[in-house]
Every structure is written in structure tokens, then in C-alpha cells.
Design a protein around this ligand. Structure first.
Ligand code: ADP
Length: 500
């Protein structure tokens, strides 16, 4: 086993990455290739599916070369991917019929408005755990079938395949032998019944999608097939598939009910493990499948996301120009002991969970004659932490639990002050993983399936040792009084961009 490695592929929204890991769970090599974003109309977002594949293959080959190993030393491949994005392709030629429609794309928003107006929200939420929105795959697949010439006829004749990015990558890796996806990705399509674990006939009818074009759903951690020899130079087991946020939950070692992680990037994604129970949200959160390990029962999660987190820091840097770099937000904010009563609500594009207010707009309130840019920058960092607390509050109501710690990752978590503020605002310990959790999760899931790593406790020991802890250090009366002020500030930002 010591001369064997795990290869994790992380197909993201702006780049494809590949990482080789060793038995100790250490990164041996990393390669990354970016690709173009296409915006054919305002609010439409597409990727060239062939470019996605080319960059994913290129980065895998580069990572193997950098690690200076032979492809036959790879015990298994694990795949994690941007979620909800869809590709439609020809089963015979393997050619996509259209660019991939990306999760961010809003082209099907009015169709989703119609579905809600027709009263479909409750039944769709009951089956899929999702709120009706253009974000999820179903309406995007329908759009492709309706708008690509002859796609519907070809689909009915069994000539086409559709899938999220995991399916597309595995089709390519296996040279068309495998058309599969896993429950974590399937649960984001709005076509999958997350309780019965099947594609749902009524939803397929509603979205007018023939069942024959969909992939087979296989476990998140299991050997589902092999790569074709000519692709990477060896026939390598494909042993894991998981959507990026679920992979991060797994990579963080959140294996028990009640454990949660938050990823701080452009926005934030928080997931709470709810074990074998799919909890229906009353707080406008999403119920999703976390993963399925082999033939075990699926594990579920509740998910909430905020739109603007690290992006608020970008705004300070690029639009306000009151900091020169994202890192400067930490030193400048640390130059003052608090925000001096300033609250910044970064509702630049409305507010996501748990508010779902598309008309909210950004607000800075509590400004006095003594307010400096340091206070504003500190308020921006606090706004990231307060939005995370809003998510935690909603998750805890839905799951009827209280959080004892929060595991964190993502680009903005290099900011130690942010994580200390987060611990203070939540009143729980915040734990920063040493390694990037998404790609780690894909590797762990693959390593488990091929017995490279024995079990979850071995994974926990790999994760445990090098995490950094931030402990809360603020009196609870102050914490709660400040949080109430944040909630008042959010009310000022709410429902702003409407007439009258
Ligand atoms: P994404 O995956 O969404 O592209 P990343 O995980 O790469 O995002 O994180 C990038 C985000 O983190 C940016 O929005 C950036 O402003 C923010 N960020 C990076 N470094 C810091 C820092 N030191 N303090 C606060 N925010 C930061």
C-alpha cells in the first residue's frame, strides 16, 4: 500500500484540479487548469463541456507526472464536482450537443416562477428536499431538450445521455462504458426522490424529461468501474463520487449527526449532518443527501448558503478601495477593538438562506463621526460571521439540536480574525482544517471504497491532528445583544429594492 496513491479530481466552477494523496493523507502533488466562462446573455452562464474534460484530464496527467509515480500505482480515483451544472451528449459520439449549463445560470427562472405559481413547491420539496429554483438541474435539462434542435426526438430514440459534471467526467474516463452519478449529486437535480432513492416519474413528467437519458445512481463510495487504459495509461478503479459541498462535509470528518461545516469562499455553504433522517426544513434550508457509503443507508444533511461572504471583502478592495488586498482586511480590522457599533449587511444581490429576500440590498448602519475605514472593514468581516450564525440558528431549529463546534474551510479562512469573530459570534469552537476539505473528501471516499483506508476512525485520525482551534472569548450577554443588533440591521436592508 505504501507505493500506492489515491487520485482526487475536483472539477470546480472556474478550474479543474487533480491531487495525488499518499497513505498518510498527505498531498503529494497538485495540478490545476482554469477554463473559460461563457455569458451568452445577461445572467446566463455556460461552460464548454469538452474544455471541462480537457482541463480535468490535463490536470490529472500533470499531477501524476509531478508526483513522479506510474498510473498503475493509483489505487483508486475519487471525483468531486461543481453541482447542478448539466451536460447533454450523444451516446454514440460522446460529443456534447450544447455547452454545459452552469448552476449559476438564471435562464430558466421564469419557468421556475410558473412552477411555483402552479403550486408545485410543496410536492417538489417533499420529494427532493429542494426549493423550486433555476439553480437546480431539472429546468436546465428541460431547456436543453426544448432548445437544441432535434434533441427531444433523439432523446426519445435513446440516443442521448444527460448528467451532472461527475457523470460527464466518468463517461469520459471510461470511454463511454459508465453512465453513472451518486446520490449527493442526484439530490441536486430536482428529479431524484431522496427518500425512495429513485428518479421520480412524476417529476420526470413535470419537467418532460425521458428517464432513458438519465444516469444510473451508484453509491458515493464504491468501486463502480475502471478507467479505460488509454485515458491515463492504466485501468484505474473509479471509487468515489460526491458533489463539492458534500465532499467537503466528508473531508471535514463530519460523520455524525449534529456535526456541521461551513465553507467561506465568494459565498458560504453550511451543511449539517442529520444522519439517516432527511429533515424537512421549515426555515427555507435545503434537505440533501450527504453521501451513501457502499450498500449502507444514505446519510442526509441540511444545507444553507449565503451569497456574499468573501465577496464583501472583494468589494472593499475593488469597489470601495479601502483595502489593498483581501489579507489586509485582517490587519486593518485588528487595529480597532470593535466596529464602534457599525453593522454592514452585504445584501448586494439580495439575501440567501434563511431570508430568501431577492429585494434586500446592502446597508451600513450605526455610522458616527468617529467611524473609520477600519470599523467598516471589521463590520464586513463580522457580517460574514453573522450570516453564518443566521444559518446555524436556522439549522438548529430544523434539526432541533444545538451546535457544539463548527468546522471551517475555504479561501477566507486564512483570516484568523474572521475565525475568532466567528467563534465569538456563535459561542462555539471553530475548527479550521489543515487541508482543503473538498478534494480531501473525494480522496477519503475513494480510499474507503478500495480499503486503502480501513474505516471512518482511520480517516478521523488523519484529519484530527493538525487542525487549528478558535475558542469563543466573549461574554454571552454581549454576544446576544450584538446579534440582536445584527438582526435589526438585516431588517433595515430587507425588501429594499421595491417600488414605493
Ligand atoms: P471560491 O471557491 O468561492 O472562488 P475561495 O475559497 O477561493 O472562493 O475564496 C476566495 C474568497 O475569499 C474571496 O471572496 C476573497 O475575498 C476571500 N478572501 C481571501 N483571503 C481572505 C482574507 N485573508 N480575509 C478575508 N477574505 C479573504
Amino acid at each position: 500500500m505504501f507505493n500506492q496513491y489515491i487520485l482526487a479530481l475536483d472539477q470546480g466552477t472556474t478550474s479543474s484540479r487533480a491531487v495525488v494523496f499518499n497513505k498518510k493523507g498527505e498531498m503529494v502533488s497538485l495540478a490545476q487548469q482554469g477554463f473559460a466562462q461563457h455569458y451568452p446573455q445577461p445572467s446566463w452562464v455556460e461552460h464548454n463541456a469538452m474544455e471541462i474534460w480537457a482541463t480535468q484530464l490535463g490536470s490529472a496527467q500533470m499531477a501524476i507526472a509531478k508526483a513522479n509515480i506510474s498510473p498503475s500505482q493509483i489505487a483508486a480515483i475519487g471525483i468531486t464536482n461543481q453541482r447542478e451544472t448539466v451536460v447533454l451528449w450523444d451516446r454514440q459520439t460522446g460529443n456534447p450537443l450544447h455547452n454545459a449549463i452552469v448552476w449559476q445560470c438564471r435562464r430558466t427562472a421564469s419557468f421556475c416562477d410558473e412552477l411555483r405559481a402552479q403550486g408545485h413547491q410543496d410536492s417538489i420539496q417533499a420529494k427532493t428536499g429542494l426549493l423550486v429554483d433555476a439553480y437546480f438541474s431539472a429546468s436546465k435539462i428541460r431547456w436543453l431538450l426544448d432548445n437544441v434542435p432535434s434533441a427531444r426526438e433523439q432523446a426519445k430514440a435513446g440516443k442521448l445521455a444527460v448528467g451532472t459534471i461527475d457523470s460527464w467526467i466518468i463517461w469520459q474516463l471510461s470511454k463511454g462504458k459508465l453512465h453513472v452519478t451518486d446520490p449527493s449529486n442526484a439530490s441536486r437535480t430536482m428529479l431524484f426522490n431522496i427518500h425512495k432513492m429513485v428518479w421520480d416519474d412524476e417529476l420526470l413528467d413535470l419537467f418532460d424529461i425521458p428517464r432513458s437519458i438519465l444516469p444510473q445512481v451508484v453509491p458515493s463510495s464504491a468501486i463502480v468501474g475502471q478507467t479505460a487504459v488509454e485515458v491515463l495509461g492504466a485501468s484505474i478503479p473509479i471509487a468515489a463520487i460526491a458533489g463539492d459541498q458534500q465532499a467537503a462535509l466528508f473531508g471535514q470528518g463530519c460523520y455524525s449527526r449534529g456535526q456541521a461545516k461551513n465553507t467561506y469562499g465568494t459565498g458560504c455553504f453550511m451543511l449539517l449532518n442529520t444522519g439517516e433522517e432527511a429533515i424537512k426544513s421549515t426555515q427555507k434550508l435545503l434537505t440533501t443527501i450527504a453521501w451513501q457509503l457502499g450498500d449502507q443507508k444514505p446519510q442526509y444533511a441540511l444545507e444553507g448558503s449565503v451569497f456574499i461572504a468573501g465577496a464583501a471583502i472583494q468589494w472593499l478592495r475593488d469597489e470601495l478601495q479601502i483595502i489593498g488586498s483581501a489579507a489586509e482586511s485582517e490587519t486593518l480590522a485588528a487595529s480597532v477593538p470593535d466596529t464602534g457599533g457599525v453593522y454592514l449587511v452585504p445584501a448586494f444581490v439580495g439575501l440567501g438562506a434563511p431570508y430568501w429576500d431577492q429585494y434586500a440590498r446592502g446597508t451600513i448602519i450605526g455610522i458616527t463621526r468617529g467611524t473609520t475605514r477600519a470599523h467598516i472593514v471589521r463590520a464586513a468581516l463580522e457580517s460574514i460571521a453573522y450570516q453564518a450564525r443566521d444559518l446555524v440558528e436556522a439549522l438548529c431549529v430544523d434539526a432541533n439540536c444545538s451546535l457544539t463546534e463548527l468546522r471551517v474551510d475555504g479561501g477566507a479562512t486564512t483570516n484568523n480574525l474572521l475565525l475568532q469573530l466567528q467563534a465569538d459570534i456563535l459561542g462555539v469552537t471553530v475548527i479550521r482544517a489543515k487541508m482543503e476539505s473538498t478534494v480531501m473528501g473525494a480522496a477519503y471516499l475513494a480510499g474507503l471504497a478500495c480499503h486503502y483506508w480501513a474505516d471512518l476512525s482511520e480517516l478521523i485520525s488523519l484529519i484530527g491532528s493538525e487542525a487549528t482551534h478558535f475558542n469563543p472569548n466573549l461574554a454571552s450577554e454581549i454576544r446576544e445583544a450584538n446579534y440582536k443588533k445584527w438582526q435589526r440591521a438585516v431588517k433595515r436592508a430587507a425588501n429594499w429594492d421595491t417600488e414605493g
